[in-house]
Design a protein around this ligand. Sequence first.
Ligand code: SF4
Length: 338
Amino acid sequence: MINFTYARATDVADAVRQIAADSTAKFIAGGTNLIDLMKEDVERPTRLIDISRLPLRTVEETKDGGVRIGALVPNSDLAWHPLIEQRYPILSSAILAGASQQLRNMASTGGNLLQRTRCAYFYDTATPCNKREPGSGCSAIDGFNRMHAILGTSDACIAAHPSDMCVALAALEARVHVSGPAGERVIPFADFHRLPGDQPQIDTNLKPDEIITAIELPAKGFSSNYTYLKIRDRLSYAFALVSVAAAIEFDGNRIKDARLALGSVAHKPWRDTSVEASLRGQTATQEVFMHAADLLLRNARGFSHNAFKINLARRTIVRAFAQAALGTPQSQSNKTIR
Ligand code: SF4
């Protein structure tokens, strides 16, 4: 582990000032990913700026009927917050499917968005990795790639984004509030994370001198017909092979609106609005959901160890939508795939 200095930010403006003044500094909040990366010598900040005491821990209603979540709200507090449980249960469900209770108690909302891939080669400094060391190559493309992406990959990187919470935020069309030297701006969730392209070392469109201050949810929470379905190798404390956030709004027996986002299949939470558009006006049948799944996966590409994820994703989408249509959210303890 390298030596680093430690500083505490007194407010958001001070945090921005400190990070803008030192390109080798990193913010630390819960530290649930950064400390691991530092121990493995993947991240080497010379300065840690502690933002954990900034006043960004509130969950409050907005004037337009949505909810604003402070960036430092712990994942556990967010999952169990009455506003989230009642109006955005798909978000509660996704958060509780992730990590462990201890990690959820420490991890912050903003930090969840910034966690890095769990590609084993990224954490192994003895192997080439374009994300860790640009230009060195990708060990996963011809290596053990069972957990890796099947959509939006590039010749430089096939890593998958590991978050559960972000899949629900993508489905809900959250917005990310950030602050930087140029002031404040809002990033639609779909534009926050990047595909790897030829710069896989850059995970998000957050600038190095910006800080996330809040996540905003729009009024519509799909609280009646939703499912977050996570398929993984063991029941808890495991990253997803495939996860699906599916939500439906009905008008009679017709689908008025639908949302579909997938996790662990791409470098970012994967959402395709053309698939959602294809569902509007349809009835909730297996055939309709199978068509939606095929449409979403039309450009999926498997690698030597993960081609099974294409069919797994197809079946998980159909089951998630079927359960959402019935209004019976998936129990995380029931992993039967029909
Ligand atoms: Fe690195 Fe991405 Fe390749 Fe993994 S998939 S080894 S993170 S470049």
